[in-house]
Write a protein that binds this ligand. Sequence first.
Ligand code: NAD
Length: 334
Amino acid sequence: MQILVIGGFGYIGSQLLESLAAHETYRNLQVVVVDNWSYGRGMAPLQALFESRLPHFRSCCLDFSEPDDAIFRDLVRTSDYIINVASLTQVPSTNLHEKYIIDGVRTLTDLLTAEDSGRLRKVIDISSTSIYGPVRTHMPEVAPPYDERIYPDPAVALHNYAASKLIAEKIWQSERCRSLPFTVFRLSTVFGYAVGMRYNQFINQFLVDAVAGRRTVLPGSPDNVRPFVHIRDTARLMLHLLDHVPETNGEIINIGAARLNPRLGDLFARLAALLRDEFGIKADYAFAADLGQLTLEESYQVDFTKFETLVNFPLRHDFESGARELVTRVQGRS
Ligand SMILES: NC(=O)c1ccc[n+]([C@@H]2O[C@H](COP(=O)([O-])OP(=O)(O)OC[C@H]3O[C@@H](n4cnc5c(N)ncnc54)[C@H](O)[C@@H]3O)[C@@H](O)[C@H]2O)c1
């Protein structure tokens, strides 16, 4: 059996491969990563690492959004499980989002619907809770928390990343994809240590900057509320869904928890206190809005009822345990 991980050398992909390597059953599958090496330097070490960790591992450097790639077509046809974690998350605004997110999902779904290999057991794609960004301002009639029935017009999305995710969701929900065993995650912002860790985002950046003695300017304002989820919970959940909970087929699901959806001012005060009390580190930080800087204010309280009732999968990690581990790893103390 074969599992195809598209974008497998990114932040979430790297943890997914770690979790696969630790999984009693899935570690013995053929594991194939397709990644176009968007981030250069970090990719080769990950390739070498997983060649040594997984018994049947290989990777192909290709752009999966290209419609005529024979290698990709063959990989899709021969895969039992497909997880798409490809995107350009380290580049906030680029017109490549349309190509990599929308064209990517179009290419993948075209291949999956053109020919039924009879093998496909599950395909997971990742959208984002950032699609809720414009609800507060453009859909004032909708009260938080926001559930999956909400579909903001992509034209008013806060950035072309979120607009592209919304359009990709529509592709999955189209009539031709109806019989595919797909699940789309509207995923909260991920945090925590991974071997292919991403630094340029809220919690990870704040913690690494603090360890390194750098100041962090956080986007938005302290009153914004945002949902988060730990990287290992995210990876474990993906593996859990491969062969369990068929009720998630055909569904778009908010992934996260109400307790991990805090007001940002409170969250970073908590993290700063942890750094001070447990590590003797004084975090120097401010919110962009408080500095009078032009900043995107993303703020959304998300409803996770569907995830909780449909999947029944406890999220184990909280902000404190995730921060503690990350700081310890970055300081080289573990
Ligand atoms: N990390 C988060 O907080 C978060 C939150 C919500 C949703 N998501 C979504 O989860 C997925 C994974 O996020 P991540 O943080 O691991 O991203 P990442 O940017 O760290 O990794 C993405 C990987 O995809 C690869 N890639 C990009 N375009 C490609 C293409 N056309 N063909 C092949 N490979 C390609 C990149 O080289 C990279 O290795 C993305 O879809 C992202 O939008 C992430």
